[in-house]
Design a protein around this ligand. Structure first.
Ligand code: ZN
Ligand code: ZN
Length: 422
């Protein structure tokens, strides 16, 4: 047992704050265009390297070795949750991403504004990529709907996308899509289990009703005049129930927020109980995003919150597009952002630089390769790592960990970890 003196010292250790800098899809593989190096290995990154040289590094399997995660499951894992337990499909997470955050028992769907003819054949799955303000106007026509005692909530998303949330007793997400995912007839949703029949029936009624309410809506009269495909139906897919997640703040006994430009990341963080901070307009979530502004938003958030997760989407986009050189330019900007953080970070912060998965340029999609990781705080034990990259971080003392281990490691460094045992 610890003597009284050590006990007092431990209790007196000041609690630090934690900042996760998640550089989306940053990890890569050797690229022919870069002489066999990864974009991180190829690019000079003096600031990220400073953190690697002075901090502890390692590599991380976000979910498990060889498992390629989506950004959604990856962020759940980074927040310390087991995605196999809490991930209930894209519907609820995308709905939350556009501000439709449900509660336990609610069932959510991803939707498309589509164009159908009067025989319910889909003519254009994306209704000519209709977008707000037209979708915002159309959604208004669908407010306040109740079908068979089930409350129906809908919200428009980016472009032709929307989300549907059903609330009421006896709902079950185990239903099939009404979206044929092709130019074909609108499908009838079916319950895969007996308990899901009510949900399927409400969905089918809602889809019909969306057509009735939108087909002659002024927005569509106008589109018809211009020869544009009418946004005259909402088609559903990806049903999922809202998970029963113990809020991050309660689980870890600290206040928490996220700084992200992408709706899906905001949705995940929102479902996990983090406050979602509005980012300035310059933080677009695209390649042109203002990373310094985003870093400032995170630094400001740290004044108020104990934990901040910041996501920068840009590297993932170049990975999907297969543009290795472009990914290198993005990494240059990320490094400047790291330099800005280094200059402005107070010494009561534990900072972790990592990625949510690899998006190798030669693959164009997420893979299950481990991502680089560097953790830094004052008085951390440094190691052999001097370069922030896939190979550079692998020599560090953190070794090879899983995504959900990172939070615990940072909680410990922040003097927030509870002792196990006497
Ligand atoms: Zn991602
Ligand atoms: Zn991606």
């Amino acid at each position: 047992m610890a003597d009284e003196k050590t006990k007092v010292m431990r209790m007196a250790a000041p609690k630090k704050k934690i900042l996760f800098v998640v550089m989306d899809g940053l990890g890569d593989r050797g690229c022919k265009a870069l002489g066999g190096k990864t974009p991180l290995e190829h690019t000079s990154t003096p600031n990220l390297d400073w953190f690697a040289a002075n901090g502890s590094s390692g590599i991380m399997d976000i979910i498990a070795p060889g498992v390629g995660p989506g950004s959604d499951t990856a962020h759940l894992s980074l927040l310390g949750y087991d995605p196999h337990k809490v991930y209930t499909g894209r519907g609820p997470f995308e709905a939350a991403g556009i501000g439709l955050i449900g509660k336990r028992g609610d069932v959510a769907f991803r939707c498309n504004f589509s164009t159908v003819n009067d025989k319910f054949d889909v003519v254009d799955r994306r209704a000519g990529r209709v977008k707000s303000p037209e979708t915002t106007e159309l959604i208004k026509a669908l407010s306040g709907i109740v079908i068979d005692g089930i409350e129906v909530l809908v919200k428009e998303g980016t472009e032709h996308r929307a989300a549907l949330l059903l609330r009421g007793k006896g709902l079950d997400p185990d239903v099939t899509d009404t979206d044929p995912h092709d130019v074909a007839k609108v499908l009838t949703s079916k319950g895969r289990t007996k308990g899901a029949e009510l949900t399927a029936s409400v969905v089918n009624k809602f889809v019909r009703l969306s057509y009735e309410k939108m087909k002659d809506h002024p927005v569509n009269v106008e589109r018809r005049k211009k020869g544009l495909p009418e946004a005259n139906i909402l088609l559903t897919r990806g049903a999922g129930s809202f998970p029963d997640i113990l809020p991050f703040t309660e689980k870890n006994k600290m206040s928490a927020a996220c700084v992200a430009g992408v709706g899906m990341i905001k949705g995940i963080c929102g479902i996990c109980g983090l406050d979602v901070i509005d980012v300035p307009n310059e933080c677009t979530g695209g390649l042109d995003t203002n990373m310094i502004k985003k870093a400032d938003t995170a630094l400001n958030a740290l004044k108020k919150y104990d934990f901040v997760l910041m996501n920068v989407k840009a590297p993932d986009l170049s990975g999907h597009d297969g543009k290795a050189e472009e990914k290198c330019s993005t990494i240059k900007k990320l490094d400047e952002m790291a330099g800005h953080l280094r200059k402005n970070l107070t010494n009561d912060v534990v900072i972790a630089f990592t990625a949510d998965h690899c998006t190798p340029c030669e693959i164009g999609d997420h893979t299950g390769d481990p991502v680089p990781l560097t953790v830094y705080t004052e008085s951390i034990v440094s190691d052999a790592a001097v370069k922030f990259s896939e190979s550079g971080c692998a020599v560090g003392r953190i070794g090879r960990i899983r995504g959900h281990d990172l939070l615990q490691i940072c909680l410990d460094l922040a003097n927030r970890s509870e002792k196990f045992g006497a």
